[in-house]
Write a protein that binds this ligand. Structure first.
Ligand SMILES: [Cu+2]
Length: 223
């Protein structure tokens, strides 16, 4: 009897925990879709502005505002990072070919005899190196240039890098278009940008994300 009521108690507690979890998941999903709906403003301006992060609410800190814009073919969207005390980098990245999806840091192979020297030599920094069996190569983790730099990969796989604050054209057959690291003006490490401008030539729906925070998503609808 004692053992059985103990078992029953466990079962009841598990049921209650399950119900609480179910309610939590349901309410957070509806909360986020409510927020998404609330900021899905549309505009048809010729030069549509979208704010990247840096807002005054926790959502906009990790979001695009507006999250969805509608423009006419031939018009441009300009993303910009507002001045802010926060220096969290973001990207505006169109991954049209899933094989081009990539990440902030990436592994690279190098010959085992290679030695890395920290600069200045006395500094407290070392690369993360894993002795690997990658064809006799070791592996080092580095900041990924395809995320850091404004990058466009066309349908043929050719890579075009742009200077910071890039202005690019999306004709509709690119594989990957990335803004590079975006940070607030006045807080820009060398090589980073505070704006990114894209002219859309062809009608369609263009989804993008922030590679550094993949839950940050936005959409451009071109008519
Ligand atoms: Cu981000």
């Amino acid at each position: 009897m004692g053992k059985r009521s103990y078992k029953n108690k466990i079962t009841i507690m598990a049921l209650i925990a399950g119900m609480i979890a179910a309610v939590a998941v349901t309410s957070s999903v509806s909360f986020f879709s409510y927020i998404e709906e609330a900021i899905a403003t549309t505009t048809t301006n010729a030069n549509t502005q979208v704010q990247v992060g840096g807002g005054n609410a926790t959502w906009f800190f990790f979001g695009y505002n507006p999250q969805k814009v509608e423009i006419k073919a031939g018009a441009s969207v300009v993303w910009n990072v507002p001045s802010s005390l926060t220096a969290e980098p973001h990207t505006v990245t169109f991954v049209f070919n899933n094989k081009t999806m990539t990440y902030r840091d990436a592994p690279f192979g190098f010959p085992t005899l290679t030695k890395f020297m920290s600069l200045p030599p006395s500094s407290n920094s070392r690369p993360i190196v894993s002795p690997g069996s990658n064809g006799g190569m070791n592996t080092v983790i580095l900041v990924n240039g395809r995320v850091f730099n404004p990058t466009l990969i066309n349908s043929a796989g050719n890579v075009k890098l742009s200077a910071p604050n890039a202005k690019v054209t999306i004709s509709g057959n690119e594989q990957y278009v990335n803004s590079g690291w975006l940070l607030p003006k006045g807080n820009l490490p060398p090589g980073t940008s505070n704006t990114f401008s894209v002219t859309f030539e062809k009608a369609g729906t263009y989804n993008y994300l922030c590679i550094l925070h993949p839950w940050m998503k936005g959409k451009v609808i071109v008519h």
